[in-house]
Design a protein around this ligand. Structure first.
Ligand SMILES: Cc1cc2nc3c(=O)[nH]c(=O)nc-3n(C[C@H](O)[C@H](O)[C@H](O)COP(=O)(O)O)c2cc1C
Length: 153
């Protein structure tokens, strides 16, 4: 099975929960690992030579989480084999604004280790910073799993 890493930097558990839901939805076709960037290093990922990478992007102060962006930049520095497929999703608590994910788009556009970036992303609104997600989130997550299955083919 092809290897896919899902990375998050979850503080309140919102992006961790969605990471695990995505993993559950993809695990019949892929060998999935989910990890917090607080506990893993870029080398943990590169040693697996993953086929795919899914990045959970928290929105902090109207921007894509700078810590996960820094992790992705560091991954680019140590990686030898490019990652074929990269996707991302976002969790946030305010009304969605497209500029929230400008940062992660910029990071992915700049690094060399990525071949194909999923043109679609998932954004899930939380009822407050600590969650839970607003009603209807599970359906959006399921829809995104279908999109990912197609993208990862
Ligand atoms: C310090 C801080 C700043 C935040 N800033 C924003 C923001 O500007 N816009 C927004 O929509 N959500 C904002 N949020 C909400 C988080 O994006 C949201 O709670 C996210 O789901 C947290 O993910 P986690 O539970 O995986 O840590 C902020 C949360 C924190 C703790």
């Amino acid at each position: 099975m092809k290897k896919i890493w899902i990375i998050h930097n979850s503080l309140h558990g919102n992006s961790e929960k969605i990471s695990k839901q995505l993993a559950e939805g993809l695990k019949d076709k892929y060998d999935i690992s989910v990890g917090s960037i607080k506990n893993i290093s870029p080398k943990d990922i590169t040693q697996d030579e993953p086929y795919g990478l899914i990045i959970a992007v928290r929105i902090i102060a109207f921007c894509s989480d700078k810590e996960i962006r820094a992790f992705v930049n560091n991954l680019d520095k140590v990686i030898k084999k490019p990652i074929s497929k990269v996707a991302y999703f976002s969790t946030h608590a305010l009304g969605w604004k497209k500029f929230f994910i400008k940062g992660i788009k910029k990071t992915l556009g700049k690094i060399g280790c990525v071949e194909d970036i999923c043109p679609e992303y998932l954004e899930i609104k939380m009822q407050g910073a600590e969650g839970p997600a607003i009603e209807g989130a599970d359906v959006k997550v399921e829809d995104f799993i279908s999109i990912l299955k197609d993208f990862l083919k």
